[in-house]
Design a protein around this ligand. Structure first.
Ligand code: FE
Length: 336
């Protein structure tokens, strides 16, 4: 009798342990710990599902996923820029997910047409200018920054950064390669100084009067202005008055996809769905001064204060598809 009881107790314990073990999901994230930990804590509190995560740059994480193959512990891969998400899918590291909530919560242009990755926040790559040096009405479109009237007035971040590769890739999709190359050559001819190492340095150069306008991701503007609110910098939304496909500000996403060899696929899909839901979208976007992808959700007041804008509706997957051509084009055009 005692033996039976013991056996039952062991069985029960074993079962409990298995259930506890199943209720977890493992994330490889190129998004920083301080941005994702509060979210995952909230998710665990709400669902009891433990979220384990590893953070690193996207390159090493993708290499690790590849090396681990079917043995990877990772269920979800999270990173910034559609160019990187597309790359992960291209390398066979992700798997398609058929989910009604994800389709309902995320606009079609911000997720993979093959459903292998999903945008979770929007960052706009837009113009930041010095209002003391740029007259109202002077700024119009990305393309116009190639006009000789901007000679010596433009600063750009290096073309090595995926953000600019994605932007140029989207321009290739819109205008074709030849016109895009002419424009990028025009930008290079208008540079006030060599390309700068990051978006913040580019804005600081504008504020210091070295140049008048630059192109940056919106959250860098938000961060810099929180630290130094008196800098002579303002945001401008280009390409707003066009009626064609070129209309709208170029946007990109941070996002995630379920890994090809996920051990907890269902949990990974549930976490993805939760991240796109009304509950989580503010937590996800606001912490980095980004825009929610879920159109039902209002942006953080700091972000909303930059005013509304029309987005370019080209699918962000194009940023990945045309990335190699964009890199070669920028090289030919002398954009370092
Ligand atoms: Fe960034």
């Amino acid at each position: 009798m005692r033996l039976i009881h013991t056996t039952l107790a062991v069985l029960t314990l074993g079962l409990t342990a298995t259930i506890t073990f199943a209720a977890e999901v493992v994330v490889y994230s190129a998004r920083n710990e301080q941005l994702i930990k509060p979210l995952f804590d909230a998710y665990t509190k709400e669902t009891g599902v433990e979220v384990k995560f590893v953070t690193d740059k996207e390159g090493p994480l993708m290499a690790r996923l590849k090396a681990e193959g079917p043995n990877t512990p990772a269920d979800l891969f999270m990173t910034v820029d559609a160019g990187n998400l597309w790359q992960a899918a291209e390398e066979g590291l992700l798997q398609p997910v058929d989910s009604k909530p994800l389709k309902a919560n995320i606009p079609a242009h911000l997720r993979d047409p093959g459903s292998e990755w999903f945008g979770l926040s929007i960052r706009a790559r837009t113009m930041v200018y010095n209002p003391n040096k740029v007259k109202p009405g002077e700024l119009t479109t990305y393309e116009d920054l190639a006009n000789p009237k901007w000679k010596g007035r433009l600063c750009l971040r290096t073309s090595k950064k995926v953000y600019n590769q994605s932007l140029v890739a989207m321009m290739i999709h819109e205008h074709g390669e030849q016109k895009t190359e002419e424009r990028v050559r025009g930008w290079v001819a208008n540079l006030a100084t060599d390309p700068l190492p990051d978006d913040t340095k580019a804005m600081e150069a504008v504020a210091a009067g070295l140049c008048d306008v630059t192109l940056v991701n919106t959250y860098y503007f938000g961060r810099l202005m929180e630290k130094k609110p008196n800098l002579p910098l303002a945001i401008f939304w280009p390409n707003q008055n066009l009626k064609n496909i070129n209309a709208g500000v170029h946007v990109n996403v941070s996002g995630a996809g379920v890994t090809k060899h996920a051990k907890h696929k269902q949990e990974a899909v549930r976490l993805l769905e939760w991240l796109s839901s009304e509950k989580a979208q503010n937590l996800y976007a606001d912490v980095n001064l980004e825009y929610p992808v879920n159109a039902k959700i209002k942006a953080d007041p700091t972000v909303a204060a930059w005013g509304p804008f029309k987005q370019n509706l080209i699918n962000v997957a194009e940023a990945g598809k045309l990335q190699t051509r964009a890199v070669m084009l920028m090289d030919r055009a002398g954009y370092k």
